[in-house]
Design a protein around this ligand. Structure first.
Ligand code: ZN
Ligand code: ZN
Length: 359
């Protein structure tokens, strides 16, 4: 039986349907799992994506893109292939792509997480014969604590800094991670100030119906004392520039799954590391893969050899696709800057540096 998805130089390709999924080179027809830059590239002739991703896609790729939206669960048939999109729980509008053709069902996950997230629709397990999974955190050492605990940590750190007259600056990716953090903040502590890159995404989230606390830009702050008690969200690129200077002697933190690696936190030079990821941890990957019922699993970006070996040992037919997906760019920077070799998580270092992100 013909494979429904194969690798091509342009990206993952569906031969009977004649379209690509998250291609990294320009193609005529692209199904986009989500709007992170490594999955949603410019230059395709036609885009198909889940309805809630429209605002982010247009803000990043231009309002003029040829974009067709599909609600979660809605089916269309193209060249005899029935396609539907199902929530991936990763960021606003993220989707798994389900393809049915000639009695076979394939699902390509894109990026996903199974932990709850107030800013996007929860991950939905989809039964299939073949499952294409990401493996960003595909090592047994990655186990996330409940979000509520992480948010409590962030709020306590912020309240302590505010009481001491210090701003609390959290560096994170502006699409997805920033809004997830916002959803967990206690807005009663002090004002929340965001970088312009974050604010424009906040507006897209709010327009899509996601509730976020009030966020101010620096130009909205009239009382200078607010700079010394604010919680500040910005991309790491803002760290070295003049924008950050107005916050004076602040405490800083980085929010990422990579913060679970002790070496990364130490060498990153941040006062705090909050372990908060938009990707599934090891138990999350195992649960998601198991829930598909797939007998064949194809692993993409992340700890590919480790996961392929493990799944093979579990009796599944497992293999790898080489892709050009990285991780969220800021998470890449942390990983590249902090090789975790020699840390207590040395086993993790090998797997983690297999990620295309580290290349
Ligand atoms: Zn992503
Ligand atoms: Zn990815």
């Amino acid at each position: 039986m013909q494979d429904l998805i194969v690798q091509r130089p342009e990206g993952l390709y569906c031969p009977p349907g004649d379209f690509y999924i998250d291609p990294w080179r320009p193609v005529d027809r692209a199904v986009i799992t989500h709007a992170h830059a490594d999955h949603a590239r410019m230059g395709h002739g036609h885009y198909l994506a889940a309805t809630p991703s429209e605002g982010v896609l247009r803000s990043r790729l231009g309002t003029g893109i040829q974009l067709q939206n599909l609600d979660y669960g809605e089916q269309i048939t193209h060249n005899g292939v029935t396609l539907s999109l199902h929530p991936a729980g990763h960021v606003l509008g993220s989707a798994q792509v389900r393809l049915a053709h000639d009695g076979q069902i394939w699902v390509a996950s894109g990026d996903y997480k199974v932990a709850p997230d107030a800013t996007c629709v929860p991950f939905e397990p989809v039964r299939c014969d073949v499952f294409i999974t990401e493996s960003t955190f595909g090592l047994p050492i990655y186990r996330w604590r409940p979000d509520a605990e992480i948010f409590a940590e962030i709020n306590a750190w912020w309240a302590g800094n505010a009481a001491a007259g210090k701003a609390s600056v959290v560096m994170c990716y502006s699409f997805g991670k920033a809004q997830r953090i916002l959803s967990g903040l206690d807005a009663g502590i002090a004002p929340i100030v965001v970088h312009g890159a974050v604010q424009s995404l906040n507006q897209v989230y709010r327009a899509a119906g996601v509730q976020l606390p009030e966020t101010k830009m620096v130009s909205d702050i009239s009382d200078a004392a607010d700079f010394k008690r604010a919680l500040v969200l910005c991309p790491p690129g803002a760290a070295g520039g003049p924008w950050i200077k107005r916050f004076g002697d602040f405490s800083d933190a980085f929010a990422s799954g990579w913060m679970q690696l002790r070496g990364a936190r130490r060498r990153g030079g941040y006062d705090k590391g909050f372990v908060l990821s938009d990707h599934a941890d090891w138990p999350g990957l195992m649960g998601a893969i198991g829930a598909t019922g797939a007998s064949r699993v194809i692993v993409t970006h992340g700890s590919v050899p480790v996961l392929v070996r493990y799944l093979t040992e579990q009796g599944l037919q497992a293999e790898a696709f080489h892709t050009e997906y990285g991780d969220d760019p800021v998470e890449e920077q942390v990983l590249v800057a902090e090789p975790p070799a020699g840390t207590p998580a040395a086993g993790a270092a090998d797997g983690a540096t297999d990620a295309p992100a580290a290349a």
